[in-house]
Design a protein around this ligand. Structure first.
Ligand code: NAP
Length: 336
């Protein structure tokens, strides 16, 4: 099923989170023999696989009534893609040239004269990452009380005292959502004025469960197996304090992984790839974007997977229109 190295691939998928692997499942089942550059292990995970590799229990992914651990869910995606012939390589693209077709993709030395792979189409699903505070304890406690997603993890904090860090719309949205579960929510903000919209501020100020720690930063987190508290410092007075919390949500912004595409693909001010509304088409014909790399609104595994499916269908139809798709599309599963 794998294509020879020197031949242009029908489709190369960049990234191996829910979007990339769903695109791999669908394009593999359409006989497109996709190649997935799944990325490389990072300082916080020993395997690529996106943000779910940093998550413990996932309870909101449909189909798993009892919940599933994030890394296990990604292993399931991976083996499903491999079962249909997707080729997965643990490599990271270092340069992409989409100025002419077939497109060029480099791994390793970006200055090499020839690309490592050539592709008739590319699905970009390189994801996004939450901006973190930069504390050493964060990697130890992420998924163990420390979280970047209230929708995902709020439910685990029924009746608890928890905190949210940040002063933007995300922080207040998370704080308001978390009041459905928590006994108290402390919003920790580094200034004495919120960046969030007035309407969100009003809602948060009105909510009796929410209190604010102004001019305050988190200096350290406490707890080994699970978060137990935080050490805070007032940036104006220098005063320090301990806050006992079993949950903390970091909501200080996200950064899409789009550095490779700067000046190449259209992106918004935040660096998110722009796609044609209702589709995964980017501004370059034959390049599609799926998952968090083009979504700063929903950011859920299920929405990323859904847009990975869309990208696979868009790519397959586009290739077919170009006359590049493999001959026997009659074998394409009918549920497409
Ligand atoms: P944001 O607007 O950039 O706000 C980030 C917040 O985090 C700011 O209050 C910032 O403090 C703080 N911060 C940044 N770095 C920090 C650090 N190292 N330590 C402590 N605090 C830090 O990001 P966002 O809230 O994720 O929102 C992103 C965009 O999405 C915005 O345009 C927002 O309006 C939009 N959004 C809209 C909604 C909605 O309408 N329902 C919901 C969510 C997001 P400073 O204020 O001091 O800079």
């Amino acid at each position: 099923m794998n294509q020879p190295m020197d031949q242009a691939r029908n489709v190369v998928i960049l990234g191996s989170g829910p979007a990339g692997l769903t695109a791999a499942i669908y394009t593999a089942r359409a006989n497109l023999a996709p190649l997935v550059l799944e990325g490389e292990p990072s300082s916080t995970t020993d395997q690529p696989g996106g943000q779910l590799m940093l998550t413990t229990e996932v309870e909101n992914y449909p189909g798993f009534a009892e919940g599933i651990m994030g890394p296990e869910l990604m292993a399931t995606f991976r083996s499903q893609a491999a079962r249909f012939g997707a080729e997965l390589v643990t490599e990271k693209a270092t340069r992409v040239d989409v100025s002419s077709r077939p497109f060029g993709i480099w791994v390793g030395d970006p200055e090499a004269a020839e690309p490592t792979y050539r592709a008739s189409s590319v699905i970009v699903s390189t994801g996004a990452r939450s901006i973190m505070l930069g504390l050493e304890a964060e990697s130890r406690l992420l998924g163990r009380g420390l979280s970047t997603c209230a929708t995902c993890d709020g439910f685990f904090h029924q009746g608890s005292d928890i905190a949210v860090v940040g002063g933007g719309d995300s922080a207040l949205e998370e704080a308001l959502f978390l009041t459905k579960f928590a006994a108290t929510v402390t919003v920790i903000h580094r200034r004495n004025e919120l960046r969030a919209s007035k309407i969100m501020q009003e809602r948060a100020f009105k909510n009796e469960k929410i209190t604010f720690r102004w001019d305050t930063v988190v200096e350290d987190l406490e707890g080994d197996g699970a978060l137990e508290g935080a050490r805070l410092r007032n940036v104006k007075t220098g005063e320090t304090a301990r806050l006992t919390v079993s949950g903390m949500f970091i909501a200080i912004g996200h950064r899409p992984n789009t550095d490779l595409f700067r000046g190449i693909l259209d992106m918004d001010d935040g660096g998110y790839l722009r796609t044609r509304p209702g589709s995964t088409f980017t501004n370059v014909e034959g390049v599609f974007a799926a998952g968090d790399v083009q979504d700063h609104t929903y950011r859920q595994a299920i929405t990323a997977a859904g847009s990975g499916c869309m990208a696979a269908i868009d790519a397959e139809r586009w290739l077919e229109a170009q006359g590049d798709a493999p001959g026997d599309l009659a074998e394409t599963p009918t549920e497409w």
